[in-house]
Design a protein around this ligand. Structure first.
Ligand SMILES: *Cc1c(COP(=O)(O)O)cnc(C)c1O
Length: 479
């Protein structure tokens, strides 16, 4: 499978060539030159596979430059009940992404947050860690991963890369701004290849430092700086797998349809759902759920894509969805625009200049219904009410991001074609967001077995001013 850029740069790259990089040279995002079509016979054959077996079948359609035996071994080592062990009582950890019915046959939670950091980012990041290790070993190279996190991405990256010989991780976080549990997750790691830097400033300042360092080409080349941010294609590819897994868990035969509701921020998770649908998975509806930061909901309702300024971005109780610009959205618009790179380059020239675009009166937007999307947004009050409702009606405690999803799922449930079961993607566990759970339910969330003592462990973090020069010097010394 060859990869190309949404803005037309035709690199003829293979999977491993784009694995360690970020944007394409023309500023676009990489996509496969076509989506593999999965027919009825394959769906029937895949129904009985383990998660690792399914991951191998799907990923091998996208990866032409890793021998099948090696790829299968990587999938089997990644998707184990040992790694994804924090399943809800009654759910089977062997399923990796177990389906937890709330209303049998009608409404369920697809549990994607059973990995080491209790958020769905582990589903892709654990695979990425093993793919990086494999590729660097083959090429005799090393990498220094630099990133900024406001919570979930940093810890998922660190738990995926910890202890790996050819990889070091430099992760910037805003000093004192993450939840106590999130801080403990990252800062309690003692592996010698993990460097936590708490920047005395806001997340945006940490992010700006990462951008400044990444724009310094000589520094970047000298210190082999890499990234694992959400535009990474391999992360999207890994996420396609659980849409198939959820489909098989919710249906008995491959004529049936399923709908998914996806709490969204950077459009990474739901982009994988869109691709699964393009591959032929019978998905009746993809419901995109946002919080108060509703830039994506606005697009699907009106055709206007208007990224917000940082100052217009709300700080909410579902913080991993507090985005003002959805970094993966360009991939969807590329498909919506009939895979026309010139059109995409034109639209993003507007976005990169700080403006908006409006597709409402274009043939492109007229095609939108073909893609099966619906959308909506919710508020802090909605999240609290939904967390309470899930607890009272279904006996489950859900996190605030999943609550954004369940809220929208309940709103859209009646309009679904063919009584398709509706699966809400559970993107984090409640234990990570104790403040909101306390506010909604008046008690502490349950901490999964084995993680109870986390906040009491010694923490290791270097506190630094938001100064790119000083942070460069730190990296140069440790890399
Ligand atoms: C990252 C994240 C999201 C948003 O996912 P996108 O791929 O950015 O749309 C939602 N919920 C949680 C808990 C997350 O960590």
């Amino acid at each position: 499978m060859k990869y190309l850029s949404t803005r037309g740069h035709c690199a003829q790259s293979e999977f491993c060539d784009i694995l360690l990089g970020g944007l394409a040279p023309d500023g676009g995002l990489y996509l496969p030159e076509r989506y593999p079509r999965i027919g009825r016979a394959e769906l029937d054959a895949w129904r009985g596979l383990s998660y690792a077996g399914l991951a191998f079948e799907i990923l091998s359609r996208f990866i032409g430059d890793i021998p099948a035996g090696d790829l299968r071994e990587i999938c089997e080592r990644t998707y184990t009940a040992e790694v994804y062990r924090h399943a809800r009582a009654g759910d089977d950890p062997e399923q990796i992404a177990p389906l937890h019915w709330l209303e049998p046959g009608r409404l369920g939670l697809l549990a994607l947050s059973n990995g080491p950091t209790l958020a769905f980012k582990d589903m892709a990041m654990q695979l990425l860690g093993n793919l990086f290790e494999y590729t660097l070993e083959k090429r005799g190279e090393t990498i220094n991963i630099l990133g900024a996190t406001s919570g979930d991405t940093g810890s998922a990256a660190e738990y995926a890369m910890r202890g790996k010989a050819r990889i070091k991780v430099f992760m910037l976080s805003p000093h004192g701004k993450m939840s106590a549990f999130q801080r403990a997750q990252m800062y309690s790691l003692t592996d010698g290849n993990i460097f936590n830097i708490a920047v005395t400033g806001m997340f945006d300042e940490a992010q700006d430092i990462v951008k400044a360092i990444s724009n310094d080409a000589p520094f970047k080349a000298r210190h082999r700086i890499g990234a694992v941010n959400s535009i990474n294609w391999a992360r999207i590819a890994a996420q396609i797998v659980y849409y198939f897994k959820g489909y098989f868990a919710a249906t008995e035969n491959s004529d049936e349809q399923v709908a998914f509701c996806v709490p969204s921020g950077n459009f990474g998770n739901i982009c994988a759902g869109h691709i699964a649908r393009q591959m032929g998975l019978p998905i009746a509806r993809l419901i995109l759920a946002t919080n108060e930061n509703d830039v994506l909901d606005e697009f699907f309702r009106t055709g206007v894509y208007r990224p917000r300024k940082a100052a217009e971005t709300h700080v909410t109780s579902s913080p991993s969805m507090d985005i003002s610009k959805a970094s993966n959205f360009e991939r969807f618009v590329y498909d919506l625009a009939g895979r026309d790179p010139e059109k995409v380059a034109g639209l993003w020239a507007e976005i990169d200049a700080g403006r908006a675009f409006d597709l409402s009166r274009t043939p492109c937007f007229a095609r939108l219904p073909e893609f099966g999307f619906a959308s909506g947004s919710s508020s802090h009050a909605d999240r609290l009410a939904t967390i309470r409702e899930a607890h009272e009606r279904y006996g489950v405690t859900i996190d605030p991001h999943t609550a954004d999803g369940l809220k929208l799922a309940l709103r859209h449930a009646s309009g679904l074609p063919a009584d398709a079961p509706l699966l809400v993607l559970e993107t984090a566990q409640a234990a990570k967001f104790a403040d909101t759970i306390r506010e909604a339910l008046g008690r502490e969330p349950t901490i999964p077995a084995g993680l109870q003592g986390l906040e009491a462990l010694p923490q290791r973090v270097d506190v630094m001013a938001p100064d790119a020069g000083a942070i460069k010097a730190y990296i140069a010394q440790k890399a």
